[in-house]
Design a binder for this molecule. Structure first.
Ligand SMILES: Cc1cc2nc3c(=O)[nH]c(=O)nc-3n(C[C@H](O)[C@H](O)[C@H](O)COP(=O)(O)OP(=O)(O)OC[C@H]3O[C@@H](n4cnc5c(N)ncnc54)[C@H](O)[C@@H]3O)c2cc1C
Length: 390
């Protein structure tokens, strides 16, 4: 069996793993990334990066580089409730909060990072197990998906960035309780309507509550593209969702053709996201980051931001030659990550409450008040922006 030797092997080329690779290569380490997928996922979804995460990318390449294809500064958010359009976040709110969020094209961002990280990247290869020297993890075993060939990678450090069902986490014997989230998400890409402001997110809420589709949003992305995301009750039938999306559009103030053409379920992907926080962040010879140790839902826009902050902290410790890496890393990141997991926990409770018939009408009653409280929205933005950074 072929054996490759390197300093650091990273299982999975998510946003955290590729950023870590870039930072380590710049620090003089030999890094190999083993990624199961041959290319980007076939679907597009929205993603928000908060300033600390964007700053980590800008430290690699100038801001203009990222803004050309991957990131777009958010200019505002409007809410359309049955044809009544109100500003939720404006430039004034953002200035008051002192926060500039970025909308990302997640697939481009990850592909760009993979391209510029400088590490050796093997794609179409899946990690199937870990190598051990006594108790210590000393690398991993991988299989080329196309032909079933297996090989081993021996490394001083093995990193797991292999997502919510991590083989590395399992191989390390680290426990995690993954909790069900009571709603699912529907996502798809579409062209951004030319007549709309290119940096304002549009949110739609159904005129009547209590159905399957709880909210729908469209986010502009670089390159005249957009990503749509709907929040739907778990297990709700496709035909019910299709009718409800149609109903939202029929009551909305303005629905350009690009959006109207988005008939559910065509072109949509349905996503479930369990969430949790691992008992430990690594074992001797191996550490983990991102969704592998703290899978989260899109609530509060934290997952990619946490993975990036993990990568920055890990790179600093590895390059400083930290002897007690797992303990130092965990002490640097656990409490910030716990704050990053919190929006998923709170949103899970909220959605469960909304399933109780009388409480289902609550968002419709509360939303208009929230929309008028700019100071509250600014505070919310500030706390989400910094939640999981450090
Ligand atoms: C609809 C939606 C909206 C979201 N919105 C936001 C948002 O606004 N802001 C935000 O910060 N986050 C958001 N997230 C969460 C965010 O996308 C994730 O938390 C983030 O991508 C996790 O990054 P990661 O580095 O952990 O790697 P992941 O993205 O989890 O990538 C893991 C990689 O490992 C690979 N892999 C898996 N198993 C193996 C194996 N055995 N061998 C080799 N490779 C393997 C996979 O192919 C994948 O490329 C959203 C998620 C969804 C689904």
């Amino acid at each position: 069996m072929a054996v490759i030797q390197t300093d650091v092997v990273i299982a999975g080329g998510g946003i955290g793993g590729t950023l870590l690779a870039a930072l380590l290569v710049r620090g003089g380490k030999r890094v190999l990334i083993v990624e199961r997928a041959k290319g980007p996922p076939p679907f597009l979804r929205p993603e928000v990066l908060w300033p600390p995460a964007a700053a980590a990318l800008f430290a690699l390449k100038p801001r203009e580089f990222w803004e050309s294809e991957c990131l777009r500064p958010l200019g505002g958010i409007t809410v359309d409730q049955g044809g009544r359009v109100e500003p939720f976040v404006t430039r004034v709110t953002l200035a008051r909060a002192g926060v500039q969020p970025f909308l990302t094209q997640p697939n481009h961002t990850r592909e760009t990072l993979l391209g510029i990280c400088g590490a050796e990247v093997r794609r179409g290869v899946e990690v199937i197990g870990l190598l051990r020297d006594g108790m210590r993890v000393c690398g991993l075993q991988a299989r080329v998906i196309e032909n079933g060939e297996t090989f081993e990678v021996e490394a001083a450090l093995t990193v797991g960035d292999d997502g919510g069902e991590s083989r590395v986490l399992e191989g390390c014997g680290i426990g995690i309780e993954r909790r069900e989230f009571p709603v699912e998400f529907i996502v798809r890409g579409l062209p951004w309507p030319a007549q709309w402001a290119p940096d304002v997110v549009r949110l739609y809420f159904p005129a009547q509550r209590g159905g399957g589709l709880m909210a729908f949003g469209v986010m502009p992305l670089p390159g005249a593209a957009a990503a749509a995301l709907g929040v739907v009750r778990a297990g709700c039938a496709d035909d019910v969702l299709a009718a409800e999306l149609e109903q939202i559009f029929s009551h909305a103030a303005e629905v350009p053709q690009e959006l109207r053409a988005c008939g559910f379920p065509h072109g949509f992907t349905r996503i479930r996201r369990p969430w949790g926080h691992a008992e430990r962040y690594g074992v001797e010879g191996a550490v983990l980051l991102g969704d592998a140790i703290h899978p989260v839902t899109p609530a509060g826009g934290q997952g990619a931001n946490m993975a990036i902050a993990d990568a920055v902290a890990l790179a600093r410790l590895i390059l400083a030659g930290e002897k007690n890496l797992v303990a130092a890393y965990e002490s640097a990141r656990r409490s910030a990550n716990e704050r990053g997991v919190r929006p998923s926990r709170l949103a899970g409770r909220l959605f469960r409450l909304l399933n109780i018939p009388l409480l289902g009408a609550l968002p419709g009653k509360l939303l208009p008040h929230l929309l008028r409280r700019e100071a509250v929205v600014a505070r919310l933005l500030r706390s989400l922006a910094s939640a999981s950074a450090r």
